[in-house]
Design a protein. Structure first.
Lengths: 113, 116
């Protein structure tokens, strides 16, 4: 079956530090890959996505590259801010037209000034 | 745009009672909504797919008679936890599918259910 394994948290970094949150997956077929972010008291929001191998998703300074050879979709940001503190979820989706998502366990990120 | 709300945000009930959770798409119509359940420090687990005007499709292992889903309009889906027990205590999250945004899912903020 499909599964997503992501880096366990919590992760605490200082402002302007480099961020990497690891995510690997197993899937049948050719999944789309997503990173969602959940800020305190809010619903999950799509941060970025990639739909095929070697695609790079990017948004708000965050990037992730779909690596089929390593089945990975690691999230990176060069310089984090306090406002990036949130829970980050890696997910995969199969079946265009009915995007049933499989999520990782989430990684809580805290940025300290 | 594309806001999804849930009500209530938290609820405490006695064992054996039923609880209804509402999921609304506030500024768009959604023929498809999803219901997830999240345990502490675990991932979101898809419970069911809710389709407007038809029966919900439940994931394997989810009791359809216990978790009743009604998608009576294009902006409202409800999840009713019937005869709730303490093991049903969890965080329930809904999402709505937006077809003209590449089938992106928009999530509600979640409902914390505690069964005493």
């Amino acid at each position: 079956g499909n599964s997503v394994t992501q880096m366990e948290g919590p992760v605490t970094l200082s402002e302007e530090a480099f961020l990497t949150i690891n995510c690997t997956y197993t899937a049948t077929g050719y999944p789309s890959l997503f990173w969602y972010v959940q800020y305190p008291g809010e619903g999950l929001q799509l941060l970025l996505k990639a739909t095929k191998a070697d695609d790079k998703g990017s948004n708000k300074g965050f990037e992730a590259t779909y690596r089929k050879e390593t089945t990975s979709f690691h999230l990176e940001k060069g310089s984090v801010q306090v406002s990036d503190s949130a829970v980050y979820f890696c997910a995969l989706g199969i079946n265009f037209g009915n995007e049933k998502l499989t999520f990782g366990t989430g990684t809580r990120l805290t940025i300290i000034p | 745009g594309a806001v999804v709300s849930q009500h209530p945000s938290w609820v405490i009930c006695k064992s054996g009672t039923s609880v209804k959770i509402e999921c609304r798409s506030l500024d768009f119509q959604a023929t498809t909504m999803f219901w997830y359940r999240q345990f502490p420090k675990q991932s979101l687990m898809l419970m069911a797919t809710s389709n407007e005007g038809s029966k919900a499709t439940y994931e394997q292992g989810v009791e359809k008679d216990k978790f009743l889903i009604n998608h009576a309009s294009l902006t409202l889906s409800t999840l009713t936890v019937t005869s709730a027990h303490p093991e049903d205590s969890s965080f329930y999250i809904c999402s709505a599918l937006l077809p003209y945004r590449g089938n992106e899912q928009f999530f509600g903020p979640g409902t914390r259910l505690t069964v005493l």
